[in-house]
Ligand binder design. Structure first.
Ligand code: B12
Ligand code: SF4
Length: 472
């Protein structure tokens, strides 16, 4: 059977002239995960439009398309094209799950939820020539999942080819998050078995690993065992966690010992009324400053995530947040304009209050205002958002943030990491064009370990785990 798997991209990510490096960071892990359920004799062509031009002159038996909200229109366009040509089109992913009625006019079959048991059921039915119109994932487990088809990934085109997930979902329920709607009807937080997760990590070549889990620290027992198992592997890794999990004694120390060097933290807002309004209770009454200090003291960098435009944010929020982030020596910040994704609790509330002003999914990229803000105008919100990025990534701000570091290693790392992301876009663009983005990985690794200051402890034989060195 000929199978074409496509991760479509929004227009910005396809520009031949300028494409932000963020689109060359991670491979299409979801589709490579699904490919594992196909047979060896199936002829699979996996294409990621973020890094390559999709070949559109074929007529495969089955076309599998993944849709995120911002790539939904492109996904529909490709689906229509292949259906017109006689291929069978199956679609799934976050956007399809949140708006199945919209997607159903473009696909022969929809698969709702996180794949799970629904995907293999569909494949069986399709092979027998009796596929159904809709499948809903019922079983929620990662245990016993087949090995991800990483051989289908064009590693050299990504800066972080070793992306991985060892859990799905998150134990919390923030009202703006995609996850409650996506996992509706079953468990919304579950993990891989520790041994299986370690084996998967061990199969990844090179040193760098990027965990895309929503909350790697969410199950304490699992995380403890995982970090114990990773200790001595010599890995350098990045992940996401909550303020609450950072403040918990012990776990973060283990993570750092196992090679954690940069952590994405969802601070979201410095205003406790906002936290309450969005059910982000796990951040309430937490000492953000202390959390950052703990991360930094362990030699780990912080990527702080902040959302602007919540109801208690007025025009002062931008400067306050940026100054606070710089004063606390946060290395990189990701700012977002509050975006109510369809099917989330926030979206339902906004619709009920008649506050949604757009349903152009291309604009749901956290850089456009798609609802009526409460305490400032939409224009003030968008302008403030761009100003926040400009102010945070000015050289004087980067220098000021770096100067909060007492030692030379972390100081230089701050300058290199923060400056590297935002100040060298033309250089990244040239590297992307050279089609060897992965060549920059040793540089990223060197920055993560603060030029040798935070080298991970390595051993060649711990827990029967073999160490690989720079094979990427
Ligand atoms: C990595 C990532 C990116 C990467 C690259 C994406 C990639 N290569 O896949 C980059 C940095 C480019 C990115 C950018 C953006 N992202 Co992003 N990103 C993620 C992240 C952290 C992980 C995705 C991932 O790999 N998951 C692991 C794999 C295994 O799971 P999966 O992709 O979901 O696939 C599984 C299922 O969905 C299902 N499935 C998926 N497709 C299909 C198809 C079929 C047929 C079937 C059967 C099943 C199925 O089965 C798969 C295997 O289990 C998610 C958060 C998350 N937890 O998902 C956000 C997330 C997907 N991003 C999001 C957003 C909003 C964006 C941006 C718009 C935001 C921004 N300001 O940057 C941009 C634009 C993206 C675009 N191109 O349109 C939102 C999407 C919301 C939505 N409703 O669609 C998420 C959920 C983050 C969030 N919490 O809000 N992102
Ligand atoms: S903590 Fe993060 S992943 Fe978990 S529900 Fe909240 S926003 Fe979603």
């Amino acid at each position: 059977m000929q199978v074409k798997m496509i991760l479509p991209a929004l227009t910005e990510a396809k520009s031949p002239f300028f494409r932000p490096i963020k689109y060359s960071l991670f491979p299409p892990l979801g589709l490579a995960t699904l490919a594992a359920y196909l047979r060896d004799e199936d002829d699979i062509n996996l294409q990621d439009e973020h890094i390559e031009t999709i070949s559109l002159n074929d007529s495969p038996d089955l076309v599998v398309i993944q849709a995120y909200i911002t790539s939904a229109y492109r996904a529909y366009e490709l689906a229509d094209l292949y259906r017109a040509r006689g291929s069978y089109v199956v679609m799934g992913g976050l956007h399809v799950t949140s708006l199945p009625e919209e997607a159903s006019t473009h696909a022969d079959t929809l698969i709702l939820g996180p794949g799970g048991d629904a995907w293999p059921r569909f494949i069986d039915d399709f092979r027998q020539g009796k596929p159904e119109k809709t499948y809903v994932a019922k079983e929620r487990t990662l245990v016993g999942a087949p090995q991800i088809r990483r051989d289908l990934i064009k590693r050299h085109l990504y800066l972080c080819p070793n992306s991985i997930v060892v859990s799905r979902g998150c134990p919390h329920t923030c009202d703006f998050c995609y996850k409650e709607a996506f996992f509706a009807g079953g468990r919304s937080f579950y993990t891989q078995e520790v041994d299986q997760a370690l084996a998967e990590i061990n199969r990844l070549p090179g040193r760098h690993v990027y965990f895309l889990d929503d909350h790697l620290f969410g199950n304490e027992r699992f995380a403890n065992a995982l970090f114990d198992g990773m200790k001595g592997m010599g890995r350098l890794w990045q992940a996401a966690g909550t303020v609450q999990s950072i403040l918990r004694p012990g776990l973060l120390e283990k993570a750092a010992e196992a090679g954690l060097r940069s952590l994405f933290v969802g601070f979201e807002t410095l205003n406790s009324s906002n936290l309450k309004e969005h059910d982000k209770f796990q951040n309430l009454n937490r000492d953000y400053g202390e959390a950052i200090k703990r991360v930094h003291d362990l030699g780990v960098m912080v990527n702080g995530s902040f959302v602007f435009g919540m109801d208690h944010d007025d025009e002062s929020v931008f400067e306050r947040t940026v100054s606070w982030a710089i004063e606390h020596g946060i290395e990189t910040a990701t700012f977002h304009i509050l975006t109510p994704y369809p099917s989330t609790e926030l979206y339902k509330r906004m619709v009920k209050d008649n506050r949604m002003v757009s349903s152009d999914w291309d604009k749901f990229d956290t850089r456009h205002v798609v609802y009526k803000p409460a305490s400032m105008s939409a224009e003030q919100l968008e302008t403030g958002y761009w100003r926040a990025y400009r102010d945070f990534y000015k050289w004087s701000s980067i220098w000021q943030g770096a100067s909060t570091k007492q030692e030379l290693g972390p100081f230089l790392r701050h300058l290199a990491y923060s400056g590297g992301w935002k100040k060298f876009e033309p250089a990244w663009d040239a590297i992307i064009k050279s089609k060897r983005v992965v060549n920059c990985l040793p540089l990223l690794e060197s920055v993560l370990e603060a030029f040798g200051r935070f080298k991970p402890y390595e051993t060649s034989d711990r827990n029967n785990v073999t160490v690989h060195h720079n094979a990427a």
